[in-house]
Design a protein. Structure first.
Length: 328
């Protein structure tokens, strides 16, 4: 048909529309949960989801949560829906990251049921191949759980998630940077290096992995056992600031907000302890009703003067606690 969109163009439009709808749905879900789960409801959900079994049975709480996550995902046939529901609950403080971790691992098991059902519904002549792929998916997720959950110190995704969350809370643009780099740029780089040959991928990948492992080990030793390190490695202060902090990039990316050109400076907050804070405290007008008693031990409001029709507080000073108690 003349003038009709090609398949790639139609697919691109549908992809953009689906991403917009998904983003809008997640934002709406967060707002609805924030408005519904408050006060007694928040305490009830927190007690039901984040509570542990009593006594020695508390060890099995995480494994039961894993089974619950798998069961709910099997019912909904979508791990994305389940994890998207848990994410805002963590954001509003109803569910802890430690409890979401086994629930998410369980959802990774439950989502494999969909591929198994699809394999069983496929062509009978090729059921062997389809079931092999489905069970590869299943046992890959089970292997990951066996590595990263039973042993407590191997639950490294929990501290990593907290570090990424704290970084995103401080630098809002970091979330977009993380998504683009980890789900787009990094796979493209690995794919391009693999297309050049395995030796090229190994020549670039192995030194990169060694560098990452070295940085992780040094960071752990800096916080746990700094005396085990040579003096220059006990801190990263000797490095240029762009190599050890995101603050220089934050100044560049949020420069328009600091200069109040885009939104009046509403989306930018000065760091604590900055000069602007101290200046604002110095220039702050003194309230005429405030009373300062630097040389007194205690100042107490003992009565209200209603002689002129107003409740003006009457202050009385005490230098001794016993005098104060007897007066009150």
């Amino acid at each position: 048909m003349p003038g009709a969109l090609s398949e790639p163009a139609a697919g691109g439009i549908l992809l953009i529309c689906s991403l917009l709808v998904m983003t809008f749905s997640l934002l709406l879900m967060v707002r609805v949960l924030n408005s519904l789960i408050k006060g007694p409801m928040a305490r009830m959900v927190r007690k039901a989801v984040s509570a542990d079994f009593p006594g020695r049975c508390s060890y099995f709480t995480g494994y039961v949560a894993l089974l619950v996550g798998a069961g709910i995902t099997v019912i909904f046939q979508s791990s994305s829906v389940f994890t998207s529901t848990l994410t805002p609950l963590v954001g509003i403080g109803v569910v802890t990251v430690e409890r979401v971790y086994p629930l998410t691992l369980g959802s990774n098991i439950g989502t494999t049921v969909t591929s198994i059902l699809a394999a069983l519904a496929g062509d009978p002549s090729k059921i062997q191949d389809t079931m092999q792929i489905s069970f590869c998916h299943l046992f890959f997720n089970i292997t990951g759980i066996l590595i990263y959950y039973p042993i407590p110190f191997m639950r490294v995704p929990i501290p990593i998630a907290k570090i990424l969350g704290n970084t995103t809370a401080k630098y809002r643009w970091f979330a977009i940077f993380y998504l683009i780099s980890m789900f787009l740029l990094f796979p493209l780089v690995v794919f391009g290096l693999s297309m050049a040959g395995w030796y090229v991928l190994a020549a670039v990948g192995i030194p990169f992995l060694i560098l990452i492992a070295f940085i992780i080990v040094v960071n752990v030793l800096q916080s746990k056992k700094p005396k085990w390190l040579v003096r220059p490695l006990r801190t990263w202060n000797w490095l240029p600031k762009p190599l050890r902090s995101l603050e220089p990039y934050d100044r560049v990316l949020t420069g328009c907000c600091r200069s109040k050109k885009c939104c009046g400076g509403r989306c930018y907050k000065e760091p604590e302890g900055s000069d602007s804070d101290s200046d604002s405290e110095t220039d702050k007008p003194v309230d005429s009703t405030s009373v300062e008693h630097k040389d007194l031990d205690l100042v107490v409001v003992v009565d209200c003067d209603k002689s002129e029709g107003t409740d003006n507080p009457v202050y009385e000073e005490f230098h001794d606690d016993d005098d104060c108690i007897s007066k009150l």
